[in-house]
Write a protein that binds this ligand. Structure first.
Ligand code: FAD
Length: 697
């Protein structure tokens, strides 16, 4: 139809939930021409996901949103486990920490999904210059286009290999508010059933109802499309049956109530897991603003292999189930913020992308039970893994073949999630064992043990990507104890660079680079090293320079600096930083000599700070000069005692020898790609690693 308007875009994101918004934020930070559409009229306002895991908070912090979540959220520090005693009455069995100390500087916190979506929208907006006087180049700002639904998606497979083509054609339809509002949603604002997996999807109904409405349609030609459109994903269905997720549903039905409780249950402000003798299980999640979320097993409605009668499920019946489990304690409420119910099941997609042009992320490609608080976190982390890759490919900085690492890395995590959830949700929903002869019951020791072992996975700190072009390490299982075991796929393309993992024992290739306190060489201020590694799309070479008070070691470090500055860095492009990710962005409006390199160099030494003169002792690669801004003072750090905030002991915690140091290459998403020597034997490894990943100038 010639009258349908047409346009083009580098990246089209379908769905503005946690995965879509994370994707849009990357696109905004990298200055990519992108659009994000959502069929709904507005973002989520209450209910849905609420748990933020340690790694998610680290990621949000790298975009400058972490502090907002941390400040507003309720912090979960302790878990209480309640089990039936010999008389069948519930009693507190144990109190343990919610997250193992030392895993991350963030513990688990809870805040409802809608609030976090708002933070994303703000961060996307703040990625663009506030005024026209800003000198920075920028694409037009991304904003969520609501009431917009795709109606067709076609991939021209002959055009997928070229950088300059737009091989995907998507037709979008713009809906009226009424068409975009789910029928159920109109009846009751706190009713979340319309988004539950017990309710059907309304996409087909919306499309049917809007066909003849004469609504505006448009055609968009895209280089890349990312389907972030949730469990009923239209994008996934449009890709064909071979993309359908596979897995199973259980008969267990759980209800969710977000209430301000009136109760004498003593652990209502702790995360509590309660197994009753015969009335099912319940989990208490204390939330912000006096709210508490209860996850309640509904024994009275079971799928029994068939469909569930949804009309039976009401907040009143969910509360009754909670009262039975918590008895003899009492629980009532006056205020209910939100409620829903869902059926427990686990499904994962066989493919996460088609021709590395159309991608699926988040619930669109894996679903599981919500109780372990993983869905939103994993969804955001899928998009976090994919966003910089697509963005840098669009900028012609990253080699297109790197896009295959998305499925390779994230499918492994999705499978681990499914394996974890399968085990955990059965342990959670199962009836407690009565005695050792009781073969169908769940042993509470087994449950507590599984819970403790799960921390590395549930915080996502234990994620360990396997060898690829982006992760130089020998093949083989190097997962930590407690990480769910899944069958690993061999990567077709692996880096020719070789890591020497013994040089930095706690910076293992494939895992996230941890953060520890270091001091600025220039002004003695303590910093978390992560604060010097924002999500701005750049690779980082972290040089643990060792004892540079020693002349021989200093010579080695300066030779490395000279080689980086005159040889490696000039081979690759530079990249303008967006306002939001430039640490000087808010205050510095001066034009500079050069744009920063796509490879950022940070140095952390272990010599006494007073013995080192930044400008005199270190090569200029470590403090580059700009005729308008002067020397750079923000790239050299030292491991040592601070005046006011203790000693970070960074070398010890990173597992690096304080004499000879190490070089750690960190990807733009904070995962370690390579560990090698400071001396010239390490240069070849760096060279090989980058040669396979970046496109030279
Ligand atoms: P969604 O959040 O489902 O977002 C998809 C978006 O796409 C929506 O905005 C939708 O309107 C839009 N969309 C759908 N179809 C179309 C279309 N055809 N066209 C345009 N737009 C479309 N996870 C946690 O991590 N922690 C928790 O504590 C937690 N608790 C939960 C509690 C409950 C009761 C439930 C139900 C889920 C919970 N989850 C939790 C899971 C979490 O909500 C999801 O995993 C997460 O929202 C998935 O994010 P997503 O962006 O992939 O998809």
């Amino acid at each position: 139809n010639d009258s349908v308007p047409a346009s083009d875009v580098d990246v089209l994101i379908i769905g503005a939930g946690p995965a879509g918004l994370m994707m849009a934020l990357w696109m905004a930070r990298l200055g990519i021409k992108a659009r994000i559409v959502d069929k709904r009229t507005a973002k989520v306002f209450s209910g849905q996901a609420d748990g933020f895991q340690s790694r998610t908070l680290e990621i949000l912090d790298s975009f400058g949103i972490g502090e907002r979540v941390w400040k507003e959220a309720n912090h979960m520090i302790e878990v209480c486990i309640w089990n039936p005693d010999s008389n069948g009455q519930i009693r507190r069995d144990s109190r343990i920490e919610d997250v193992l100390p030392g895993l991350s500087r963030f513990t688990q916190v809870v805040l409802h999904q809608g609030r976090m979506e708002q933070f994303f929208l703000d961060a996307i907006r703040d990625s663009y210059p506030a005024s026209k006087n800003e000198t920075r180049p920028s694409s037009s700002p991304i904003r969520v286009e609501r009431c917009t639904i795709p109606t067709s998606l076609v991939l021209d497979e002959d055009a997928v290999d070229s950088d300059d083509t737009y091989p995907i054609t998507v037709k979008l339809r713009h809906l009226s508010e009424e068409e975009a509002t789910p029928a159920r949603k109109l009846s009751n604002l706190s009713d979340g059933m319309f988004r539950s997996n017990l309710a059907g999807d309304d996409t087909d109904d919306i499309l049917r109802a809007s066909t003849n409405a004469g609504r505006r349609e448009e055609v968009v030609k895209c280089k890349y499309v990312v389907g972030c459109d949730g469990a009923h994903s239209w994008t996934r269905k449009a890709l064909g049956p071979e993309f359908e997720t596979v897995g199973e549903m259980t008969d267990f039905i759980w209800g969710v109530l977000d209430i301000v409780p009136i109760t004498d249950f003593p652990d209502i402000r702790n995360r509590s897991i309660i197994h009753s003798a015969s009335s099912g299980s319940l989990m208490v999640i204390p939330r912000e603003n006096k709210l508490v979320r209860l996850y309640i097993q509904l024994n009275e409605v079971s799928a029994n292999g068939g469909r569930v009668d949804r009309s039976k499920i009401t907040p009143e019946m969910i509360l009754k189930a909670a009262q039975k489990i918590l008895s003899p304690y009492k629980i009532e409420y006056h205020y209910c913020d939100w409620w829903t119910a869902y059926q427990i099941g686990q499904r994962v997609g066989p493919h996460f992308s088609k021709a590395d042009r159309i991608f699926l992320a988040g619930d669109a490609v894996h679903t599981h039970s919500p109780k372990a608080g993983q869905g939103m976190n994993t969804s955001m982390q899928d998009a976090y893994n994919l966003g910089w890759k697509i963005g840098l490919v669009c900028k012609k900085i990253l080699s297109r073949k790197i896009l295959t690492t998305y499925e390779y890395e994230r499918q492994m995590v999705a499978k681990q999630l499914i394996a974890f959830d399968h085990k955990f949700s059965r342990l959670f929903s199962g009836r407690p064992k009565r005695d050792i002869l009781d073969e169908t019951g769940v042993s509470m020791e087994e449950f507590a043990n599984a819970f403790r072992m799960s921390h590395l996975f549930t915080t996502a700190i234990g994620i360990n990507y396997q060898p690829s072009l982006l992760v130089a390490k020998p093949p083989g299982n190097d997962f930590d104890e407690g990480m769910p075991a899944v069958e690993l796929r061999a990567s077709t393309d692996v880096s020719r660079a070789q890591s020497t993992v013994s040089l930095a024992l706690n910076c293992r290739p494939g895992t996230r680079f941890p953060s520890h306190q270091v001091l600025s060489q220039a002004d003695a201020r303590p910093w978390q090293l992560h604060h010097k590694m924002p999500s701005d799309g750049r690779f980082r070479i972290v040089i643990f320079a060792g004892d540079i008070a020693d002349a021989e070691q200093r010579r080695r470090v300066n030779e490395l600096g000279a080689w980086l500055g005159s040889d490696l860095l000039p081979r690759y492009p530079t990249m303008a930083l967006s306002v939001g990710s430039d640490p000087h962005g808010a205050t510095m409006k001066f034009p500079t000599d050069n744009q920063p390199s796509i490879i950022d160099v940070l140095l952390v030494h272990s010599a006494p700070r007073q013995e080192i003169e930044l400008l005199k002792d270190l090569h200029s690669t470590y403090h580059p000069f700009d005729s308008k801004l002067g020397w750079e003072y923000d790239k050299v750090f030292v491991d040592g005692p601070s005046y006011h905030e203790g000693d970070g002991q960074a070398y010890k915690k990173y597992g690096v020898d304080p004499q000879h140091g190490a070089v750690v290459l960190v990807r733009p998403d904070g995962y370690v790609g390579l560990v090698t020597y400071v001396g010239s034997e390490g240069w070849k490894e760096l060279e090989q690693w980058f040669a396979a990943v970046l496109r030279p100038l």
